[in-house]
Write a protein that binds this ligand. Structure first.
Ligand SMILES: *[C@@H]1O[C@H](CO)[C@@H](O)[C@H](O)[C@H]1NC(C)=O
Ligand SMILES: [Mn+2]
Length: 380
């Protein structure tokens, strides 16, 4: 019985197969509309792939050229005027880690900026100027020992600074823009810059003061971290005494003691709420009054933005911060300041919101700062 069923099924399958085959004819193109479409759309002799992709491709910051020899010895030909460096380090945080991926997040969200296309509404293009810009990639920072990692970052900065600039007639010392990393990375950057330029003034955008003394409360074990780098920088004599915090709003452990320490470290504060009283232009002029013509290192903790704009900031989110637009408006007003170096820190892509808004905000802040560096060259 079973074998008869199998035989019957086989015969049906064979017949069906034959009938399908007899129905198949070569596909012919008769429709004139399709002919027209085909010749309009598909029959191009040649297509151009010599231009660079505007939105995609391997990721350096804003499609800047990558120079892999920056961190080799200073004789290597990697001279530039403005140098992007990634600092993949996040073992100095008190709460959420993840900023070691900050350089990656910032670079990958910078792909719509390109030296060839980047004109603002006034026709200004920061990438087409007297300044040569390169991206050196990420400094190898050992994830197992912070002291080694921070020394590695310092050495990378020292090498770049020692190599000198490209356009020596405008500015002999290159300026480094560091993509953090947690805020600890500002300390080695300041140590390196001190060797070349002496003490600098810090212009510090943050919701936290970051001058907490490691020898108080948390005991000496607090060491060097993302909330004590300012204290260390001051006590290592890397700073002038006209430093400034902008956007502060975090609670204090002990306001009297914390603010006293902060003052001793040479800081004044423009707190976050002040913008509602004096406006963006008021903040800009207060900054300019405080900094004057000092050589200034600009450090931006992305948590200066409200968590609505920077959910991917590490550490402790503080509500009531600036909008991205407010931050950009303040930064764009700072031309004329002698910015000798800058960083943007605490971007942790894993905590970012849909649309990667934290990284995008960091990209645009970095973009503004590169513009400031180009507009105001700084001598030695
Ligand atoms: C340096 O910049 C100045 C001012 O823009 C320019 O005139 C000069 O050609 C530049 N030199 C080099 C070597 O690029
Ligand atoms: Mn900070």
């Amino acid at each position: 019985m079973a074998s008869r069923v199998v035989a019957l099924v086989s015969i049906i399958v064979i017949l069906l197969d034959k009938s399908l085959a007899s129905n198949s004819r070569p596909f012919s193109i008769q429709d004139p509309q399709h002919e027209q479409y085909r010749s309009n759309v598909w029959e191009h002799e040649d297509v151009d792939i010599s231009t660079r992709s505007k939105y995609f491709g391997l990721t350096t910051f804003a499609h800047l050229p990558y120079n892999p020899t920056c961190f080799e010895d200073a004789s290597k030909d990697a001279a530039a005027d403005i140098v992007i460096v990634g600092a993949p380090f996040d073992t100095g945080v008190s709460a959420r880690p993840g900023a070691r991926y900050g350089p990656l997040g910032i670079r990958s969200n910078s792909q719509r900026i390109s030296p060839e296309f980047d004109y603002d509404e006034y026709g200004f293009n920061a990438f087409q100027s007297w300044a040569t810009m390169i991206d050196c990639g990420d400094v190898p920072m050992l994830p197992f020992d912070n002291r080694i990692a921070l020394a590695q970052l310092q050495k990378a900065h020292e090498l770049i600074l020692a190599r000198g600039s490209k356009n020596t007639t405008v500015s002999p010392i290159p300026r480094i823009f560091t993509l953090g990393g947690d805020h600890t990375i500002t300390l080695p950057a300041l140590r390196a810059i001190h060797k070349t330029r002496g003490p600098v003034t810090i212009l510090h955008f943050d919701s936290h003061i970051d001058t907490w003394s490691p020898v108080r409360k948390l005991s000496a074990y607090a060491g060097v971290n993302h909330g004590t780098w300012g204290w260390h920088a001051f006590h290592e004599k890397l700073l002038n005494t006209n430093n400034l915090h902008v956007g502060i709003r975090s609670p204090y452990d002990n306001p009297r003691e914390d603010l006293e320490t902060d003052k001793k470290c040479g800081f004044e504060i423009i707190n976050a709420k002040m913008i509602d009283r004096i406006g963006v232009t008021g903040v800009i002029s207060a900054i300019k009054t405080r900094i004057g013509d000092s050589k200034v290192y600009l450090s931006i903790d992305i948590d200066v933005l409200d968590p609505a704009f920077a959910p991917g900031a590490t550490g402790t989110p503080e509500s009531g911060g600036y909008s991205t637009r407010e931050l950009l408006a303040i930064l764009d007003g700072l031309d004329g300041l002698s910015i000798v170096g800058a960083d943007i820190v605490e971007v942790a892509p894993a905590y970012d919101g849909p649309g990667q808004i934290t990284s995008l905000a960091a990209v645009e802040a970095a973009h503004s700062i590169l513009g400031l560096m180009v507009k105001t060259p700084v001598g030695d």
